[in-house]
Design a protein around this ligand. Sequence first.
Ligand SMILES: *Cc1c(COP(=O)(O)O)cnc(C)c1O
Length: 383
Amino acid sequence: MERIPVAGPSITQREIDYVTEAVTSCWYGNANHFHDRFERAFADYIGTKYAVALPSCTSAIHLSLAALGVGPGDEVIVPDVTWIASAAPVEYVGASPVFADIDPDTWCLSPESLARNITERTRSVIIVDLYGNMPRMDELLAIARQHDLTVIEDAAEAFGSEYRGRKAGLFGDAAVFSFHGSKTMTTGEGGMFVTDRKDLYDRALILRDHGRVPGDVSFFNREVAFKYKMSSFQAAIGLAQVERAEELVARKREIFGWYSARLADLPNITLNPEPAHVRNSYWMSTIVLDPALGLTKERLVRELAARQIDSRPFFYPLSHIPAYRDRSEAKQAQAQNAVAYRVSPYGVNLPCGLSLTEAQVDRVCAEVRSILDSVAASPQKAA
Ligand SMILES: *Cc1c(COP(=O)(O)O)cnc(C)c1O
């Protein structure tokens, strides 16, 4: 039986043609040909003024924090449930992450918890559009404005999602995207920083090039900074992918629709939310099990793996993983973030690579149903 992967890209002749052109002719004076086209096309698709192509989304978050001037002594609020890349760059600039709870209806940062975690040291908030869904953005932004916090929107998982008709990536001082191989659009590895703020854009361009002002060839660097640039081969793949943006997002939504048609009737699971005013791009088709089933995410992932189906556990709360769990700020989060600790143990991302077929979804859903049935028949086996 063929193993079903959890994620993977859609690559067509367009990507192959562009990357061939890049490797053949984008050198010397032509080296930035695909960067320029990719950044312009990406900014136009999202609707931002500026876009800067980077080696990863992690570097884009680091660059955003640095460009915003976040540093030692500052606190940055991050949702407790996200990939560690949302939080790790806070420490790259010498600041401290604070883990706030998620909202049960969006799986994203809770406005109430954001407000509760603000202190005199809070400088910034990183809002994550988890698994392609959008948070209660109006409320989050109002709280940030009221407390004079800068906002970074981590839209790594939400390429093509919308909130009140506006695309993910339009809701912070800066926003960031990931083009990792598992993401909805990919460049193999890669990321993007977007902003409407000219001052942040100018600052990012200097910081990402070893403190050099764009166009300067005199090697007279103004400050010590970073080297964050993607290759023209990645930019070429990125241009092809962003030209296919709506096709990629439509495919993600179709895959989720296949799951929804087969699983939505099950009383003891919840599928990805899509709140009113949101278009969810469903980066990961996900189920959250009713805790009463007694079936944890680890067990379901194992059971599916034994049936040649790859899946992933829902992100653990950051305050629960070894990287953070023994710190005082993590201990506080463990005690306070009830929703994070209630949802995360029971969530599983199902296969949703862009080449997944409806027949494969049939197979995944039949196996999920049979595992749930066997757990219901003998609950004592569930632990
Ligand atoms: C994938 C991801 C990132 C990091 O992306 P990289 O390109 O691998 O650095 C950051 N935040 C979230 C929410 C992600 O899912």
